[in-house]
Design a protein around this ligand. Structure first.
Ligand code: NI
Length: 138
């Protein structure tokens, strides 16, 4: 059981103005909701280091003509198949592929897999979006 606590924040007016713009862009209901979301994101990052389970998506954009790239990405995924729940491959145009990997597992391992895939030579853009389930993994 947790209670809601109010606290005051001192902030530079320029920074607050930028923060309010961010709140508008992301359609947060109010500053409190935005602050809670930012805090949660930071806590999730920390939890990854604490061996908790995370779920998320790895997004990869690459040119499939790039020598050995498709094979390298497939090899990495087979090697870590226990972390990958499902994959979707979209042939965007004549050259580009978009790959979406739904992942679930120990935060550290998911992050490790994502950095290998994203760091593979020829990957134009890659991102890991994930959140902690709160479940501990030994
Ligand atoms: Ni493709």
């Amino acid at each position: 059981m947790s209670n809601t606590v109010r606290f005051g924040v001192s902030i530079n007016d320029d920074l607050l103005c930028k923060f309010d713009n961010l709140i508008d862009q992301r359609s947060y209901a109010n500053r409190s909701e935005a602050i809670r979301d930012l805090i949660r994101k930071e806590l999730v990052k920390r939890e990854w280091a604490k061996n908790e389970e995370v779920v998320g998506v790895i997004t990869l954009l690459y040119d499939h003509h790039q020598r050995n790239l498709s094979g390298n990405l497939t090899r990495l995924q087979h090697h870590q198949h226990d972390l990958i729940i499902s994959t979707t491959h979209i042939h965007l145009d004549g050259d580009n592929c978009l790959e979406l990997l739904a992942v679930k597992g120990k935060g550290k391992e998911v992050e490790h897999l994502a950095s290998h895939l994203i760091g593979t030579k020829g990957v134009k853009h890659g991102e890991l979006t994930a959140t902690s389930t709160g479940k501990k993994i030994d």
